[in-house]
Design a protein around this ligand. Structure first.
Ligand code: PLP
Length: 146
């Protein structure tokens, strides 16, 4: 006899677990050749040639005037907040990596947490409207799973 709990546990869809945060890594040999070049050059900081090449490729791909690579996502968010000249409140999803809120707070902004849509896991547009006040300066949307 099957208990009600067992009846609710569905069999796995995939043979092996798929980690939702697993990035696309690209071919190892391409990375390894680039990494060897870095070792040969012994140039790890201050706008090396690979940084400049990637910025230019992204600029073309994204069809934008400026691309600035950052050491991590938190710094990128802080730079974006500074560049936009923000002060006051920024609406941010309540379901996101904590650095989304940290970056705002470290720039003197107040993160205002907004509910997400349980189906998309992204900001719920109706919940956003209720949080907009005269102090709201921006909405930081996050597509959490890329
Ligand atoms: C939504 C979101 N914001 C910010 C960050 C922070 O990025 P980093 O760890 O590169 O500083 C992450 C990292 O996972 C993230 O998922």
């Amino acid at each position: 006899m099957t208990s009600s709990l067992e009846a609710r546990i569905l069999p796995p869809v995939l043979a092996t677990p798929l980690h939702v945060g697993a990035p696309n890594m690209g071919p190892w040999h391409e990375f390894s050749e680039l990494a060897q070049e870095i070792f040969r050059r012994r140039w790890l900081t201050n706008r090396g040639p690979l940084v400049i090449e990637l910025e230019q490729k992204l600029q073309t791909y994204l069809e934008v005037e400026h691309v600035v690579l950052c050491a991590n996502g938190t710094i990128a968010l802080e730079l974006a907040a500074q560049a936009a000249g923000l002060s006051g409140e920024v609406i941010v999803p309540s379901f996101t990596f904590i650095a989304s809120a940290h970056a705002l707070q470290w720039q003197g902004l107040k993160p205002v947490f907004c509910d997400i849509n349980p189906h998309t896991y992204n900001l719920d547009p109706e919940a956003i409207e209720a949080l907009i006040t005269p102090a709201t300066r921006a909405i930081l949307g996050v597509h959490l799973q890329g």
